[in-house]
Write a protein that binds this ligand. Sequence first.
Ligand code: SAM
Length: 486
Amino acid sequence: MVAQKATSGELLEKVREIFCDVTGLDADEVEEDSELDELGVDTILAKELARKLSGFSGRAVESSRILESENFIGVVHYIQSILDIGNETTSGNDKETPSRKQAKDPRSAATNDTLPASVIQEAFSSTKKITDELIVDGHMGNYCGEVMPRSTELCIAYLVEAFEQLGCSIQSAKPGDKLKRVPYLPKYDKFMDLFYELLREQALIEMDGSEIVRAAQSCPTKSATELLEDLLQDEPSHAPEFNLVQVTGPSLADCLSGKQDGIALIFGTAQGRQRVSDLYALSPINRVWIEQLAYFLEQLVKRVPQNGQPLRIMELGAGTGGTTSTAIPVLARLGVPIVYTMTDISASLVAAAKRKYRENPFMQFKVVDVESQPDPELLRSQHIILSTACIHATRSLPVSLKNIHSMLRPDGFVMLLEQTQQIPWVDFVFGLLEGWWLFEDGRHHALAPVTHWEKIMKQVGFGNVDWTAGERPEAGLQRLIIGYAS
Ligand SMILES: C[S@@+](CC[C@H](N)C(=O)[O-])C[C@H]1O[C@@H](n2cnc3c(N)ncnc32)[C@H](O)[C@@H]1O
């Protein structure tokens, strides 16, 4: 084929053939919306693609431009622009179901259907009412009174052991003795401040100006290993969080001194990654509120007047799918037209989700960085944006929330699941990650009270903001926060 004379459809097939040749994939695995990461196109393959596409087109093809393309069709468009043969590439994908075709144009369906505010309010109000019930049913009823104090004691035991290794014995010091500060890498400044604050709160130390002085409280009488065994035996449903504390605790001294890397420790092994995934998918501290979110979606979707147009739901920072895996079966069971776009900043997590959920024709997958200006096609496109345990990890809540607001239709809303109170073991584990300390918007900690979320959401244009609450103390640990686009 002479490239300059290729029609758009032929061009698409030719580029697909070159992709298959370079990547070793079959033609049906290279779809228009296949992301380059998903196709395994890295810098080296991009260079090879550029070489072959140059040969085919007779023009200079830059590998950097290939890598900038979001997906396969983006590369076709790039080659098309080089060849200057018009912009009429047909989809060429006759295998697509009508629902998937519809899903490709987010705004096509967003014209005449509306999500009545009264319906959302009704669904949220019935969801709020069951907060305490879900806490008790979800093994969280004794969390503040028993589980959390014991997991904090476990962290203290690990801390005391780490300080001992770093040359400061809290154990053998007597009340009133001065304690020397332990050495640590400068990047752990804020993390260390939290530790000293925790030791102070637990009355193990007092601060006397810049001096640290041993206070009266005894150190845990059992070792961290013994405390962990007791906890795993007494509170097995909370094992995912104890297991994570057990990943970081014994290596704390090595991390602080730079002998070990926190990210490698937590995410560098399959076991570590599984433990994090289990935390979001299985632990009661997350499950209770994810179940509540699913309950809300069910209450809402059942009430939404149907006019055949799909409800557009986008999940941000969906990660390993703790929320997705609960929401999808509920939505699938309800049998109403939905387009659910699963997104994350991590291309590999999006690719993994695409493989996992390939049987769900109503799902789409996209890499989205909530801190960046949304793609124009996403603007005012979504009825519902969901995000669990993600937005707090961004540099600026105002920027992220404004971006979210811009992707919502005027009748849409965001629902965030966020931890709104600090829990010592959470800092103990995630404080080792640089991502925990990214915030640069005036926050003092990654996590913020719900009133802070409300203030920022209103500042960036959300209308009413509401959140779950209950009588139980656990009701304030995490909350579903809803913000109406207008
Ligand atoms: C704690 S995990 C989320 C857990 C997940 N929502 C669940 O329910 O299992 C945080 C996720 O946010 C993602 N993330 C971090 N920064 C992001 C950003 N700027 N934009 C989008 N996603 C982001 C991370 O890649 C990670 O998958």
